[in-house]
Design a protein around this ligand. Sequence first.
Ligand SMILES: [Zn+2]
Length: 97
Amino acid sequence: MKLEVGMLIKTNYSGPYRIKHIIRGCTCPLYMESAPQPAHIHLTVSRPDGSGKFYLSHFFEDTLCSLDKTYCGFKTKLDFDRIIVLPPDGEIQTTLF
Ligand SMILES: [Zn+2]
């Protein structure tokens, strides 16, 4: 699924959000002093009405799954976050012009 600015999404734990900006091809580490990661995306998002500013990091665009987040919160099994694309609300077209 190719993500576009203006799309409505949520994650498995939060949202909904509207995509404001997409950074592709990033290889930054998950946390300080860890190894570089496979190319992934970072999203800047707002609430659907355009307010607020939030960041969703370390997702793969082709699967919409995150990198392994097992390190977070001392989890004992593999854990991934997910992006869920929501039906468009008609504002994608208006943002193109
Ligand atoms: Zn990155």
